[in-house]
Design a protein around this ligand. Sequence first.
Ligand SMILES: [Mn+2]
Length: 425
Amino acid sequence: MLTKETINLINQSREKQHLQEFESLAEKLTQEGIDVKTLLGQLEKFQIAVPSWALGAGGTRFGRFAYGGAPRTLLEKIEDVGLLHALTKNSNAISLHIPWDIPKDFQEIKEAAIAQQLSFDAVNSNTFQDQVNQKHSYKYGSLSHADKAVREQAIAHNKEVIQIGESLGSKSITVWLADGSNFPGQNNFQKALQRTQDSLQEITKSMPKDWRLFIEYKPYEPHFYSTVIQDWGTSFLLANACGPQAFTLVDLGHHLPNTNIEQIVATLLMQGKLGGFHFNDSRYGDDDLTVGSIQPYKLFLIFNELVYGMATNKNNPPLAWMIDASHNTKDPLEDLLQSIDAILESFAKALLVDQKALHQAQQYSDVVMCQELLQNAFKTDVRPLIREMRLRKGGALETLQVYRETKQRQIRIQQRGADALSSGL
Ligand SMILES: [Mn+2]
């Protein structure tokens, strides 16, 4: 296990340079009227859940290339997220996927999480593949299936996922359906949507009162003609039909090209129905690439709406922040470190937007000034702020540097094997 002492020791090599960078930025921001202490507090509070399925090498339709040292068990997955949290101080939760992560010994799993200062975030159900010994197949749908017996099996699975989550202290479930059709005429759209709504309502009814249901949408894949919950509007109407415990979940990769996601975020926040986020980045479709690696400005614009929306719409509950990515060519843990940084940086930049000046510029239709205000914030290098927050919390100044210098991957390959396999996407 990586100790605080080791992190501190490696931090020392960079501390002097960091302090210079931080002090100069803090001075500049203070002159602009920004309270740096409050800013650091907001960054410190920002916690992102790491998905258990993203800790090993991901696959594509064509193949999977093992990275070595992948976590073989839920305990090892917790160990890996614990490492990410020790380095970043911004990833204090793990999001489990059932049935891939059903604990054998609940007490042992809970204690392991506590030892790593982790909690259990949203649990995820899985009706997009058939499990061994499953009675009915999901080949033609699950919660929307024409056959009631299949729907009942899928509903029962979701209820079981909620029970497992409850035993671990989770407070939410994310439902993503692969249900849809590949060919025109295959599904009756209205009937499929109605059946999905009925099924989701039954799942919601079984949830404890302090739980939330997140309904994730996606326009295509694995089906290529239609998906039952295709877009935010469909998710939103289902969330409304399911009542106050149900919300829409936005996965950044689940949109058709060039969709204005920041506007979707704003609308959902205004309606008090934005539940959470799955962060990733993409160029073409649901590419599940490292957050901020392709379109960092888009991510910033989304955070700009989030910052305004969270402050303005108190009817919207606190959001669940989660990463949902897949790593085919990078060390998964290094990829996640990069993603966590990208999220923090976008959030910090959005916090720098001068909301008062922006409001005024909008009021007078000063289009040039509106752009200037957003881009001034975007172009600020906020990394010294994030480093400072981590330094104060006992995390790593440079997370990747500490990860590499302490040979975390090599240790894992030694302990778990070069061909260790992890359940995941
Ligand atoms: Mn997702």
